[in-house]
Design a protein around this ligand. Structure first.
Ligand SMILES: NC(=O)c1ccc[n+]([C@@H]2O[C@H](COP(=O)([O-])OP(=O)(O)OC[C@H]3O[C@@H](n4cnc5c(N)ncnc54)[C@H](O)[C@@H]3O)[C@@H](O)[C@H]2O)c1
Ligand SMILES: [Zn+2]
Length: 411
C-alpha cells in the first residue's frame, strides 16, 4: 500500500513514533467515624457524578457478622442521599480473609455483578472489608470494563494504615501470593475508625507491624512514638490506634507519591521490608499466620540479619524485636524451620519467589539504623538461619536469653 497521494514507501523506511503518555492520579484518603450515619456527607461527597451516581456495594462477610446492620445502614444512607446516589442492588457479601484471594470464583462473581447491575466506568463500586477483600474486589474493579471507579472502606488496622490506601490489588495463584493482579489507584479511601473495635486481638495487632516497618525505614520519631504507645496499642486504645493508622497511611502514601516508582517497575521495593520471608510464611502456614504477623516475623528476621552482618547496631536491633514483643506480635514461628526440598528450610525459597515477582536483580531492604534502610542484592543463607535460630531462642527462652546469647556479637 502506498502513502496517501504519494508513491509507495517501503515499510522499513517509515519513521518510528515515540510518544510520552503522562497520567496523573489523585485520590482522597479520609479519616472519620460514623461514615454511614446519614448526617455524614463524606461518602456522597466523594462521588462526583453529574446527576445521581450509581453504586454497587460489596461487603466482607466477617464485617457483616461483626456489624450486622452494616448492609441496611448503607441502604438507609443511600436512601437519605437519594438525590445524589442510587444503590443498584442490595450489597453483595463475599468471604472474608485470605480465602477470597485463594480462588478465582469471587472475582468472577463480582465482575458478573458489575455486568448484571450495569456498573459502568462512571458508576462506583464500593468495597467494605479487610485487606484481603479489598485486594480481590480491587482486582475485579480494575479489570471489569478495564477499570471501574473503586471507593475503598478498609475495616482492619492493616488495611486502613497500609494496604487499603495504596495502589496494588490482586489474588493468589499457583501457590504464590498476589500472583495475579494489577496496579490501580482507587477513586477514594474512607477510613472509619468505628469499624475497628470488633476486630479480633490478632487482627487488631497484625496491622501494627506495617506501621513499625514504615517507621523503622522512614521515620525515627514515629518509631519512638510507637514504642511509647506500645502498651496502649496492644490494650486496644482506639485513640492511639487512630493516630498510628493516620501516620502509617501518610508515610505509605508519601512513598507511593514521591518515590518515583508507584507501580514498582524498578527492582527496589522498600515497603516490602521483611516481606520475602513473610509471603512465604503465609503460604507455608496455609494462611494460618496473618499477613501482619508474618510481616512481623519477616521484619524481625531481616533486622536480626542486619545486626549479625554488622549493618545494624545492637541497641537498634533490640528495639525492633522488643517493640514487636511489647505490642504482642510474633518474632518467630515454627514454620521458619519446616524443611522443604533438599532438607533446607522451605522459607528460604521465599527469596527466589521474591526475586521472580519483582523481576530482574534480587533487591532486599535491610535496616541500617532506626529510620533508615539499606538495599542489598544478596543474602547469605547461613546467616539467615543463624538469625532465625537467634529469634527462636529469644522466643522460647524467655526474657533475656536472646540478648545474652548475642552479647559476644555486640558491637
Ligand atoms: N494491596 C496491598 O498493597 C497490600 C499490602 C499489605 C497487605 N495486603 C494484603 O492484605 C491481606 C491481609 O489483610 P488484613 O490484615 O486486613 O486481614 P484480612 O482481610 O485477611 O481480614 C482478617 C479477618 O478479619 C475480618 N474482618 C475484617 N474487618 C473486620 C472488622 N472490622 N471486624 C471484625 N472482623 C473483621 C475478615 O473477615 C477476616 O476474617 C493479605 O492478603 C495481604 O497480602 C495487601
Ligand atoms: Zn505487608
Amino acid at each position: 500500500m502506498g502513502a496517501v497521494g504519494e508513491k509507495a514507501v517501503a515499510p522499513a523506511a517509515l519513521a518510528g513514533i515515540d510518544e510520552e503518555v503522562r497520567v496523573t492520579f489523585r485520590y482522597p484518603v479520609r479519616f472519620t467515624r460514623g461514615l454511614l450515619d446519614p448526617a455524614s456527607t463524606l461518602l456522597r461527597d466523594v462521588m462526583d457524578a453529574h446527576g445521581r451516581a450509581r453504586l454497587l456495594a460489596v461487603i466482607d462477610e466477617g464485617v457483616v457478622q461483626a456489624h450486622p446492620t452494616i448492609a441496611t445502614d448503607l441502604q438507609a444512607y443511600c436512601a437519605a442521599h437519594s438525590d445524589a446516589v442510587e444503590l443498584t442492588a442490595p450489597p453483595l457479601v463475599v468471604p472474608g480473609g485470605e480465602v477470597i484471594k485463594n480462588q478465582p470464583g469471587p472475582v468472577d462473581e463480582i465482575r458478573a455483578a458489575i455486568d448484571v447491575h450495569g456498573v459502568d466506568r462512571h458508576s462506583y463500586l464500593l468495597v467494605i472489608g479487610g485487606g484481603a477483600v479489598l485486594d480481590a474486589v480491587g482486582y475485579a474493579a480494575a479489570t471489569a470494563h478495564r477499570g471501574v471507579r473503586l471507593i475503598r472502606v478498609p475495616t482492619t488496622v492493616l488495611a486502613q494504615g497500609d494496604s487499603g490506601v495504596g495502589v496494588k490489588n490482586g489474588i493468589n495463584a499457583f501457590g504464590k501470593k498476589n500472583f495475579v493482579g494489577s496496579f490501580a489507584p482507587p477513586h477514594a479511601v474512607l477510613n472509619d475508625f468505628d469499624l475497628l473495635p470488633t476486630l479480633s486481638d490478632r487482627d487488631w495487632r497484625s496491622g501494627i507491624s506495617e506501621a513499625v516497618k514504615v517507621a523503622a525505614l522512614k521515620d525515627p520519631v514515629f518509631f519512638d512514638w510507637i514504642e511509647r504507645n506500645a502498651v496502649e496499642l496492644r490494650e486496644r486504645s482506639l485513640e492511639a490506634m487512630a493516630w498510628m493508622i493516620h501516620r502509617s497511611a501518610e508515610l505509605h502514601l508519601d512513598h507511593i507519591a514521591t518515590s518515583g516508582d508507584p507501580f514498582e517497575l524498578g527492582s527496589s521495593r522498600p515497603l516490602d521490608f521483611g516481606h520475602w520471608a513473610a509471603h512465604k510464611l503465609e503460604q507455608l502456614s496455609h494462611h494460618e499466620l496473618r499477613h501482619g504477623e508474618a510481616a512481623a516475623i519477616g521484619i524481625a528476621l531481616d533486622s536480626t540479619y542486619s545486626y549479625l552482618t554488622g549493618i545494624l547496631n545492637h541497641a537498634d536491633w533490640r528495639r525492633v524485636v522488643e517493640l514487636f514483643e511489647t505490642v504482642g506480635l510474633p518474632i518467630w514461628d515454627p514454620e521458619m524451620a519446616v524443611p522443604g526440598s533438599g532438607g533446607r528450610p522451605a522459607v528460604l525459597d521465599g527469596l527466589e519467589d521474591f526475586r521472580e515477582h519483582l523481576g530482574g536483580r534480587l533487591t532486599v531492604m535491610l535496616l541500617e539504623r532506626i529510620g533508615s534502610g539499606v538495599e542489598v542484592h544478596e543474602l547469605d543463607e547461613a546467616v539467615i538461619l543463624e538469625a532465625s535460630d537467634l529469634l527462636r531462642r529469644r522466643k522460647e527462652g524467655g526474657e533475656q536469653e536472646g540478648w545474652e546469647l548475642t552479647r559476644a556479637l555486640a558491637h
